[in-house]
Design a protein around this ligand. Structure first.
Ligand SMILES: [Ca+2]
Ligand SMILES: [Ca+2]
Length: 330
């Protein structure tokens, strides 16, 4: 008898079993393919989303930088075309860009602050007979915050190591953890207030909302833009009522002499007043979908030719709406 091939009995497998195995194999392959396809599509969507976020962020960045360029041009135009050496709050640079729809893809906001409308802490760096120390003392009283700020800030920004009253120089900062030194130069950012000894965060916040920083220790106050508190600090003889009366005016004084003639309470501080401004701060924010870019830029405008120079650019500060209580600082 010839050799017989394997019979159904010899393998013990029924045709329906083999069809079952084949079906399972097909199902397995299909499942693997579906899994692979899903993974590829997920990766692809992730890449697309990443690209979209990157694209939107780049767009938001360009809008913010565009606002900066617009401010620079507006300040230049103001100096060249709107009459030199006078700045007031009705001029184009002082008008905020309200939430502006960017053709349905996002929203843009921007505004400019004149940094001569508020008290400049860096004016304490000048060691000559300096009335700004008493002004800062008056401000801490008005704001009901620690009286130590005047001495501490004076020591922080003045070049010497001589401790002023309740102030602190290197020796006090060297025993802090971590140890550091007094800056002994003008402040570049109000966050430096957090480095001072024995001051609390709430007081820092209150003070920061009322003061400015400009990289100049002899900056003047623009009487066309200054707020009431700043005006009232200038001299003990200037009452809060005097200052508020000025601040409520729609001011467009063409020179300081006119201002003092109309407001004689300010005669004693005439030399520290101005009707024009040199330093300006822009705050801008562009938001496109989930991407948001905030930009704070510090400008200096040369009064001789209107040229505007960018001094500082900060993408790290959160945007704040423009309100009267807003901090006017770099
Ligand atoms: Ca102007
Ligand atoms: Ca010092």
């Amino acid at each position: 008898m010839g050799k017989r091939g394997p019979s159904l009995q010899s393998t013990g497998r029924h045709p329906s079993d083999e069809r079952g195995v084949a079906l399972i194999t097909v199902l397995l392959i299909t499942a693997i393919l579906v899994g692979l396809t899903t993974q590829i599509l997920s990766s692809h969507n992730l890449v697309i989303n990443q690209h979209q976020n990157t694209f939107e962020h780049a767009q938001a960045l360009e809008y913010a930088l565009g606002a900066e360029e617009l401010v620079r041009q507006t300040l230049y135009d103001d100096a060249v075309n709107s009459g030199p050496n006078v700045d007031h709050l009705e001029e184009a640079w002082a008008q905020p860009v309200l939430p502006l729809d960017l053709g349905g893809v996002g929203v843009m906001q921007a505004y400019v602050i004149d940094l001569h409308r508020c008290f400049n802490l860096n004016n304490l760096a000048d060691d000559a007979a300096n009335p700004n120390f008493e002004r800062l003392q008056r401000l801490t009283e008005r704001l009901n915050i620690s009286p130590n700020f005047a001495d501490l800030i004076k020591d922080w920004v003045d070049a010497d190591q001589s401790v002023s009253g309740l102030g602190a120089e290197d020796s006090a900062y060297q025993i802090k953890r971590p140890p550091h030194l007094a800056a002994n130069q003008i402040m570049r950012d109000l966050s430096e207030l957090n480095m001072l000894v024995d001051v609390n965060g709430q007081d820092i916040q209150t003070l920061s909302a009322q003061v400015c920083l400009v990289p100049d220790s002899q900056s003047k106050i623009n009487v066309n833009t200054a707020d009431a508190i700043t005006l009232s600090l200038l001299d003990p003889a200037i009452s809060v009522a005097d200052a508020e009366a000025v601040a409520q005016q729609s001011r467009n004084y063409q020179n300081v002499t006119d201002f003092v003639s109309a407001n004689p309470a300010f005669l004693s501080v005439q030399s520290e007043l101005s009707v024009t401004s040199e330093y300006f701060l822009m705050r801008a924010q562009a938001q496109l979908s989930q991407s948001r870019v905030s930009l704070t830029s510090l400008f200096r405008r040369d009064s001789s030719n209107g040229q505007v120079r960018l001094l500082q650019r900060d993408f790290g500060k959160p945007f704040r709406a423009n309100t009267d209580s807003d901090s006017d600082s770099i």
